[in-house]
Ligand binder design. Structure first.
Ligand SMILES: Cc1ncc(COP(=O)(O)O)c(C=O)c1O
Length: 409
């Protein structure tokens, strides 16, 4: 049978991530390509205990649950985000989703018509681009610098394209790891308010900052979310998206959207078409974990921050080797990635091919850019998933591939 897939599905079928994932399953293959947290830091014991309690004491966890998500978990998130991120939301402004990926997909489904212009921070996460392409959006890249989106280009692009949405990650964007300055946050919010463009703020990496908050003061006060700046989350200008994938475990598939109740209501209705509800069992399991007296989420995230900072330092050291002499990058102060401009016009996709044959993969910049050409000479390296030995081996193999290319040219 020759299947006639929709045109918009064509490009998904050739996704290079599938190829990378297949390779990563082989023993000794090192993947610096994916968006994976450290598996060795999952709170396994605490999750085990929580799972036993849920299954033995709350059999209703196996039943269908509330379409908007398990109420006590939504309440936990509401209270936590109010206290620590200055975001005041009502319960009807919170929707639990199957990862933050589904939250992005839902807002795109209910807000974007075929051909509608949508602005994205460039470069941006491959997942965000995939969702918008699938929706048939006209994706417009907005360039940024080390402080965030460039305001003048944002303003001009809005005037020219009249977009409906702007997708951003002010806290440690995927792939660049940029952390927006306070001024830029306020300016972008003002600009979108003036032009009535809804901002989708993806804060999936927002808790993974490496600064020492004992000396610098609370991170969320110095870098408030756009949603918090938007009248403490009540302004309705920002749809905020969060996730427990990077701070507990992605296998739970628990993310959420917070925003104006009208947005949440329509997204909730669309979610019911997609999957009725996200896993009731997993939501109760996460809630049991967060409420457990033997597990402290804040301490756990602090542990991740310390460990990830060490892994980033190691990668930084490895980038001092001669192969990377002419590479350009900014060290991120959080998140999970390093975005590198390759030395001497080296092409990321060719380098990837050669690296895979040596047993290592990374994400080529082309997957993160609206216009592939702009990402041709860049790569994204994940420093959180590989352990120390894997990181050493992986960087050694990529360096070898870089050296082979530069020796030839
Ligand atoms: C920026 C960003 N948003 C969202 C996601 C989706 O994550 P999840 O659905 O596991 O919350 C990812 C994946 O790593 C990501 O990098």
């Amino acid at each position: 049978m020759k299947y006639s897939f929709a045109t918009r599905a064509e490009w998904i079928m050739g996704s290079p991530f599938k190829h990378i994932r297949l390779n990563s399953q082989q023993a000794s293959f090192v993947s610096l390509a994916e968006e994976l947290p450290a598996s060795d830091l999952f709170p396994l014991e605490a999750l085990h205990t929580a799972a036993t309690t849920v299954l033995s004491s709350h059999p209703m966890a196996l039943q269908y649950g509330d379409a908007e998500g398990f109420i006590p978990l939504r309440e936990w998130i509401r209270a936590e985000w109010k206290q620590h991120k200055q975001m005041e939301m009502n319960m009807n402004q919170i929707l639990l989703t199957t990862g933050s990926q589904q939250a992005m997909d839902l807002i795109a489904r209910v807000y974007v018509d075929l051909g509608d212009a949508v602005l994205v921070e460039n470069p941006t996460s491959p997942g965000c681009l995939q969702i918008l392409r699938m929706q048939g959006a006209t994706i417009i890249p907005v360039e940024g610098d080390q402080e965030g989106l460039r305001l003048q280009s944002l303003d001009e692009l809005i005037e020219r394209h009249h977009p409906k949405l702007l997708f951003v990650s002010p806290n440690f964007s995927n792939p660049t790891g940029v952390l927006w300055s306070m001024d830029r946050r306020k300016q972008v919010l003002d600009c979108c308010r003036r032009h009535k463009v809804l901002i989708v703020e993806d804060d999936s990496y927002g808790d993974l900052y490496f600064e020492d908050t004992r000396t610098e003061g609370p991170f969320s006060r110095r870098y408030p979310t756009l949603c918090a700046l938007d009248e403490h989350g009540k302004g309705g200008q920002v749809l905020y998206i969060g996730s427990f994938s990077k701070t507990v475990a992605p296998g739970l598939r628990i993310g959420f959207a917070m925003g104006h109740h009208q947005l949440i209501e329509v997204m909730g209705a669309a979610k019911q078409l997609a999957d009725w509800q996200s896993s009731n069992l997993n939501q109760r399991l996460l809630y049991q974990l967060l409420e457990s007296t033997t597990f402290d989420w804040h301490e756990h995230v602090a542990l991740l921050r310390r460990e990830y900072r060490i892994r980033l330092r190691l990668m930084e050291e490895l980038l001092k080797r001669p192969a990377w002499r002419n590479a350009r990058y900014h060290l991120p102060t959080g998140g999970m990635f390093l975005w590198i401009q390759l030395p001497g016009g080296l092409q990321s996709e060719l380098l990837l091919k050669s690296s895979i044959s040596k047993g290592v993969a990374f994400c080529p910049g082309t997957l993160c850019c609206v216009d592939k050409k702009l990402g041709m000479e860049a790569i994204r390296l994940n420093f959180t998933h590989p352990g120390r030995d894997e990181l050493l081996l992986g960087m050694h193999l990529i360096s070898e591939a870089v050296n082979e290319f530069t020796a030839r040219s």
